[in-house]
Structures are given as structure tokens and as C-alpha cells.
Ligand binder design. Structure first.
Ligand code: PMP
Length: 436
């Protein structure tokens, strides 16, 4: 074991010597993960961890069906997407069929950042308007345009001060700890709509309003009722488009809705998807109408060498088939519902639990020091994550105050593992002295 530890530390040093410092990692002293199976991860020391953070792998780790499909396709053909082959046509048709009219035209890319970047370019191209309105406390990616609309202070403390002048932000519509709380949260929509009106009056009508459709980055907080309907109407009234970032919350994770925008009862003009689509393989997409895609054709160019490659298309199809055949969206309803009510029960014993946000298997457990001031329990949350790791659970914080546990495990998680998670959380909170 001593030699193992040295090798482990050496690998971390080598990592820190060559990786750009902007790259983030989990844990100061992370386990080295060697393999995964369903919702479990196994370290080189043979320890097994319950994976509560992996919304990138809805089917679970090392799914044999995906492994076989990819191996078969890699043996046959993988090349750039200018060639003509059946899987890319099938996959594109299947994706388009998942969206309501008039969203029938698909661009295949390799990541969420690319999808959001292209989504913004499509909206600007189609509207001829260069300004974009985004939410505060949002994360949308690292490319020039997707970073420009990312305002999350957790990722970049200078985010608000360093926005390019074409980005305009509106309040984080957080009904738990935002400016308007509880029933007052209905005020966020009209305020954002008024801000869009003011921009238009000043001669800068926005080309896009971009947001997550269920507030993932802010901790899995549902947007206030009617919010997107109000804001989408405002941006369209002034010639702009509604762009939905479904990278985290879409693809069945919310349980009751395949897409987050369904929860808000709206249809966006442009939908950006990634993460879950590829179960860890780089795959993303932008889906829009023929009209919007056509207007962009005169303004910009699109070709992605590996977006929709033969292997990526097979991955995309296999993920969709498996999601359906294993009823993973149904599992998100069942296991997510159980998890949420068990977490709500835990709140009776631990004052530090302020709220349980979210839906299906996208939940956020918000930790606070005081139920009146909602003072965020940031340090306690970091300490809790380290203790959970010791007890065999990988879970991480999110939100501008890093005081919300993001609970977004592979969609194949079962009731036993969900119970293990809540029991372990109870134990860790008790050990840390938070039990009432
Ligand atoms: N949008 C949202 C909401 C995200 O959470 C992320 C990634 N965390 C992205 C976009 C960017 O996706 P990617 O990391 O695949 O570029």
C-alpha cells in the first residue's frame, strides 16, 4: 500500500504540473477511479463509491449494450460526418421526433458548450440582433459565446464584472433565496420582460433570451410558474428568439418531463442538448425550426468533423433505445420521488437542511445556518462532502454559495442505493454535530 500511495501522490503532482489551472477537479485528495458499474465507481484501492453526481451517464457506467454497440461500430467505420451513412440519419430523425413542432431541424456537435455557442449564433443570425439576455448564477460552457453568458460566481468570482457588452443579465429567479421569495417569485417574469422592453427601447433589442429551463446550476430550483412564458413572449415581441439550455436537466432526468421546458409549458425556438445524450461520449445537439436554420444559412457556416460521426450516432441511438427499454425516465420518477421524500424527512432531524429542491433525479439539498436569514452553510457543505467521501459516497456542492448538494446520479440508481445515500447523509450530518 505504501508504494501505491506514493504512486497516487506522484500522479496527482504530474496532473497539476501539466493541466491548466483553470481546470477544476473534485477533492483535494481524490480517490483514483479505475472503473465504474451502474451507479458505482471503484478506486484503484478497491473501494466502491456510490456516484451521486454523474448526470453525464444516465444509463450508468460501463453499460454492456453501449460497449458492444461502440466496439462493433469502431471495428466497421468511424470517420467525419461529411460521408453518407444510415446511423446519422436515424439518430437525427429520432432526436427531432423527441421535440414538439416546429423544432424539426438538427445540428450535431460534441459538447454542451458547442451546443450553447451554436444556439446563440443561430438566434443572432436569425434575428439580426446582437445582444443576449441571460440569467445570473448560470453556467453554459467555456467557448467564447457560452462563457460570455455564464455568470456563475462559483466558477468565476469576476463573472459579472467581466461580461462583454452584448450580454445583459437578469436576476436569478430563485424562489427560495432570491430577491423575491415564495409566492412573490411571480414577479421575476414581469421584471425580466420589462428589462427586455427597456433594452429594445434603447435601440438594442436582444437577439436571444437564454436560460436553463429548470435552474440546474442554482441547485435544481424550478423556475417560477409562468416565468418562461412571460420572458419568451417579451423577447419574441422584440424580434428575438428563446434559447433553451437543456444540457443538464433535459433527457428524462426530471422524471415527469423529458425536457425542462415542458414543466414551464412553453416551446423554445432553439434547444441545446448534450451530456446525457452520449452517456459520457462527446455528443451534443442543437434543435430548431427549418426557418431559423435556414436564416442562419445565409449568415454563417456549420460543419463539425466529429459531430454525428458514425460512432457518435450509434452511441446516441443506443442511449435513446436503452433509456426507453429500461424505463429510466420512469425510474427517475420512482426512485427520485422516494429520495426526495426521504431527504425531506431528514430535514426534521437536521436543522441545517433548509430545502430540498428539484424533480426526479435532479435534486438539490440546500444547507443553511439560519432559517430566517438563510445564511448559506458553505464550509459545512464542503466538510460534509469530504465526510461523505470517507463513507463511500461521491457528492458535490453547487450554487453561488456552494451550499447545495447536487443530487443527479445515473438514472439507473435503485431504491437500495438511494436509501444508502440518505442513511449515509444522516450519519455524516450526525457525526458532524448537526443532528438536533
Ligand atoms: N450548459 C449547462 C447547463 C451545463 O451544466 C454545462 C456543463 N456543466 C454546459 C452547458 C457545458 O457543457 P460541456 O461541459 O459539455 O461543454
Amino acid at each position: 500500500p505504501a508504494a501505491g500511495h506514493e504512486e497516487h501522490a506522484d500522479l496527482l503532482d504530474r496532473r497539476d504540473a501539466v493541466f491548466a489551472t483553470a481546470q477544476e477537479h473534485y477533492y483535494a485528495d481524490p480517490p483514483r477511479i479505475e472503473r465504474g458499474w451502474r451507479h458505482h465507481l471503484v478506486s484503484t484501492e478497491g473501494r466502491s463509491y456510490l456516484d451521486i453526481v454523474n448526470n453525464v451517464t444516465p444509463l450508468g457506467h460501463a453499460h454492456p449494450r453501449l460497449e458492444q454497440a461502440v466496439s462493433r461500430q469502431l471495428r466497421r467505420l468511424n470517420t467525419n460526418s461529411r460521408f453518407h451513412y444510415a446511423s446519422v440519419v436515424e439518430f437525427t430523425e429520432r432526436l427531432a421526433a423527441l421535440l414538439p413542432d416546429p423544432l424539426d431541424t438538427v445540428f450535431l456537435v460534441n459538447s454542451g458548450s458547442e451546443a450553447v455557442d451554436l444556439g446563440i449564433r443561430l438566434a443572432i443570425g436569425a434575428s439580426g440582433q446582437l445582444d443576449v439576455v441571460a440569467l445570473r448564477e448560470a453556467y453554459h460552457g467555456w467557448t467564447y459565446a457560452s462563457d460570455a453568458v455564464s455568470t456563475s460566481l462559483q466558477d468565476n468570482p469576476n463573472a459579472l464584472a467581466t461580461r462583454p457588452s452584448w450580454v445583459h443579465t437578469v436576476d436569478s429567479p430563485n424562489s427560495y433565496r432570491g430577491r423575491h421569495r415564495g409566492a412573490d417569485a411571480v414577479r421575476y417574469g414581469p421584471e425580466a420582460a420589462a428589462m427586455i422592453g427597456d433594452l429594445a427601447a434603447s435601440g438594442r433589442p436582444p437577439g436571444a433570451f437564454l436560460s436553463e429551463t429548470f435552474y440546474g446550476n442554482a441547485g435544481g430550483v424550478a423556475l417560477p410558474e409562468g416565468y418562461l412564458a412571460e420572458v419568451y413572449a417579451a423577447v419574441r415581441r422584440h424580434g428575438g428568439l428563446a434559447v433553451a439550455d437543456e444540457v443538464q436537466v433535459g433527457y428524462g432526468r426530471l422524471g415527469h418531463w423529458f425536457w425542462g421546458f415542458e414543466q414551464q409549458q412553453v416551446v423554445p425556438d432553439v434547444v441545446c442538448v448534450a451530456k446525457a445524450m452520449g452517456n459520457g461520449h462527446p455528443l451534443g445537439a442543437v434543435i430548431t425550426s427549418k426557418e431559423v436554420a435556414g436564416r442562419y444559412r445565409d449568415q454563417g457556416y456549420f460543419f463539425s468533423s466529429t459531430g454525428g460521426s458514425p460512432v457518435s450516432s450509434v452511441v446516441g441511438l443506443t442511449v435513446l433505445d436503452t433509456l426507453r427499454e429500461e424505463d429510466l425516465q420512469g425510474n427517475a420518477v420512482r426512485v427520485g420521488g422516494r429520495l426526495k421524500s426521504r431527504l425531506q424527512e431528514l430535514a426534521n432531524h437536521h436543522d441545517i437542511i433548509g430545502a430540498v429542491h428539484g424533480s426526479g433525479l435532479y435534486l438539490g439539498l440546500e444547507l443553511i445556518r439560519d432559517h430566517t436569514t438563510l445564511d448559506p452553510a458553505t464550509e459545512e457543505t464542503a466538510e460534509l462532502c469530504d465526510r461523505m467521501l470517507d463513507l463511500g459516497v461521491i457528492v458535490q456542492p453547487t450554487g453561488d454559495h456552494l451550499n447545495i448538494l447536487k443530487i443527479k446520479p445515473p438514472l439507473c440508481i435503485d431504491a437500495t442505493a438511494a436509501d444508502f445515500f440518505t442513511d449515509t447523509l444522516d450519519r455524516a450530518l450526525t457525526q458532524l454535530g448537526h443532528r438536533r
